[in-house]
Design a protein around this ligand. Structure first.
Ligand code: ADP
Ligand code: MG
Length: 258
């Protein structure tokens, strides 16, 4: 154990041709902490998380995990450091059942065959640990509600025993009751010592689960505050930077001419 943060990103830059998506981002994540990552569309949140999870390589800056410098060239690299990510599209296979989705690519085997009984037993165990209810682990993913699919995707990521779990807009397509379940899962995962990074536009959710909030604006990190020191109004002004740049007075004449 060390006094280092679990994750420390400093001065991360990333361009796609002429588009400078990340212009110098700092971010810190501690063990067992839920960090909210917010910013307007295009601020660079997803790009930053793809860098941290190995889907994209950064151009400049430094990634440290437990104080050790890292450069991930593939998601497998990041997985070795036990960094997991759940994207909004969930990357589940609709035509397979719940257990197969949980263990896709690493099914328990007996000789050359998938040990289905063992796979379903382990699937039920994994879901029970996270208090996820599905009728049966034999149900096809396509039959589940949005919230259940979300829960299975998170359970799959958790079953890799991540130290860092990134959720990119997990609640964007969910009904209210389903959002509650996702937030509860996030708290449970963090309580086990996992550092969770949550990206969401639902700012009210952040205040329920996050210890700290990092705000990005046009490819930069511009704020890092404890959520207790923030309220929604302040957060909105930090995201839009309306505290710094007053909205230009509406000028109908000029708009008509434009
Ligand atoms: N693969 C890509 N190629 C070109 N531009 C990209 C690519 N991915 C992201 N961008 C650009 O990078 C910027 C940040 O995007 P993104 O990280 O998706 O923002 P956010 O998740 O905060 O909405 C945007 O201007 C986006 O168009
Ligand atoms: Mg995004």
């Amino acid at each position: 154990m060390s006094g280092h943060p679990l994750v420390s990103l400093s001065g991360i830059t990333k361009s796609f041709g002429a588009v400078r998506s990340l212009r110098g981002v700092d971010l810190r994540l501690d063990v067992g902490e839920v960090l909210g990552l917010v910013g307007d569309n295009g601020a660079g949140k997803s790009t930053l998380m793809k860098v941290l999870s190995g889907a994209l390589e950064h151009d400049g800056g430094e990634i440290r995990i437990d104080g050790e410098p890292r450069r991930f060239t593939s998601p497998a690299d990041a997985r070795r450091d036990r960094i997991g990510i759940v994207y909004q599209d969930l990357s589940l296979c609709d035509t397979l059942d719940v257990a197969s989705n949980l263990f896709l690519g690493r099914e328990p085997r007996r000789g050359p065959f998938i040990d289905r009984a063992e796979m379903h037993r382990k699937a039920a165990e994994t879901l029970a640990e996270l208090h996820v209810r599905v009728r049966s682990t034999y149900q096809e993913i396509g039959e589940l509600s949005g919230g259940q699919r979300q829960a299975v995707a998170i359970a799959r990521a958790v079953s890799f025993q991540p130290r860092v779990l990134i959720l990119d807009e997990p609640t964007a397509a969910l009904a209210v009751a389903e959002v509650r379940q996702t937030l509860r899962m996030i708290r449970e995962v963090a309580a086990k010592g996992v550092g969770v990074i949550l990206i969401t536009h639902r700012l009210q959710d952040l205040f329920e689960v996050c210890d700290r909030i990092t705000v990005m604006y046009e490819g930069r990190s511009v704020e890092d505050r404890s959520s207790a020191s923030l309220d929604i109004e302040t957060l909105v002004s930090l995201i839009t930077r309306s505290n710094l740049e007053p909205d230009p007075a509406p000028d109908a004449d000029q708009e008509d001419r434009a």
